[in-house]
Design a protein around this ligand. Sequence first.
Ligand code: ASP
Length: 312
Amino acid sequence: MAERSSSGWTLAIHGGAGALPRGLLAADLERIRDALRGALEEGSGVLASRGRSLDAVQAAVRAMEGSGVLNAGLGAALNHEGLAELDAALMDGRDRRAGAVAAVRHVAHPIDLARAIMDEGEHVMLAGLGAEQFAREHGLELRPDSDFITERRLKELEQAIGASSGGGGSVSVPWHPRGTVGAVALDIHGDLAAATSTGGLINKHAGRVGDSPIIGAGTFAENGVGAVSATGTGEYFIRFIAASEVCARIKYQGKSVETAAREVIAQLEAAGGEGGLIAMDGRGAVAMPYSSQTMLRGQAAAGREPAVIVEA
Ligand code: ASP
């Protein structure tokens, strides 16, 4: 069931769709819960003080990028070469302004870089070395490769390469087979925004870009209609322009956010894709469908206790 905000602002977040590993320690689960709670706190802080949804989704995603336990920012999964390559985007529902960054290797907070690109106004998306040059010019934090290469992520990569040997390509491994972080929000001014950040698929080909930074695929927001952040097998979300498709069904077919979101996930699933999304309509109703085993997620709204769901 879609839940409607009683009044004022609403925030929804996800920490990625996939499968939690068997035998995960209670302490690991708690760290993931803490990361989601921290993100809700950051985003809610902005919204509760009459701030903008755009700032709230950026703050929530930034917190998850910094957590180190989710597949984004410093916790990013590694590509086939053993390097992190990060994608991120955000979109302002007021005027469809957007900023995006693809395949950057040294940016601790890609969502801040996406925001800087958007604020600068000339471009929507920058990729690779040019994006990092822009980050340097704008005083954003750059980190060495080694800061992203953790023991856990190396082990996952090893598992993924092992599992795919003979088959090739990106495959699921037990711990965070995929993952991404995202947020959507409605503020008290009635404005929607969406943000997404990811390390992408484990063992992906160098240079591969997923759906997260592609406006309309993994990230989309339009005032009065909807805001969406997706997670899952990005190639399918790109082909099905999933995020904007949810909004199109709300806008042109008069569907509820719940119906529109479920239909799009079902359509992807039928084609062989897997994942989930968080979607919010223009009045703050939220839907969080997924076809994976689980999706890490959370929600907060004016006058309500924040809630996170981390379940197998
Ligand atoms: N959608 C992301 C990508 O394809 C990965 C994920 O959400 O699991 O890059």
